[in-house]
Design a protein around this ligand. Structure first.
Ligand code: 5GP
Ligand code: ZN
Length: 115
């Protein structure tokens, strides 16, 4: 657990969040400031600051994030209408929490390209 990391605190149960999925390696919860009718964050329990910090040993974990997101998309009823999976990395992408998180956005038309 990284000190001062809000997502590590959510994983630890020190900060409240609305849970969507809890697995051994991955948890998912609703974004506090949803940008779409479905806006869920899927994160590893283990602290990894950004995509830049991923190693080859994390390949399975990253795959798990996507597989869990796929399952949640089905549960949320957006798998047929479509959804977007986004992992913002660094300042130009607007990453604001330095613990990797896969955004699952769905339930409305999503503009492309993003701003
Ligand atoms: P980023 O901007 O890093 O790609 O995404 C961070 C996301 O985390 C934002 O969408 C923001 O609304 C969400 N967020 C920030 N703090 C909290 C929090 O304390 N709880 C929850 N559930 N989401 C948070
Ligand atoms: Zn963390």
């Amino acid at each position: 657990m990284a000190q001062d990391c809000i997502f590590c605190r959510i994983v630890a149960g020190d900060l409240p969040a609305t849970p969507v999925r809890e697995a051994d390696d991955v948890v998912a919860f609703r974004d506090i400031d949803p940008r779409a009718p479905t806006h869920v964050l899927v994160i590893p329990r283990r602290h990894i600051a950004s995509v830049n910090d991923l190693g080859a040993e994390d390949a399975e974990l990253v795959g798990r994030l996507f597989l869990v997101a796929k399952e949640i998309a089905r549960e949320e009823g957006v798998n047929e209408t479509g959804y977007r999976l986004v992992m913002n990395t660094g300042p130009h992408a607007g990453q604001s929490v330095d613990h990797i998180h896969l955004h699952l956005l769905g339930g409305r038309d999503l503009a492309w390209p993003p701003g």
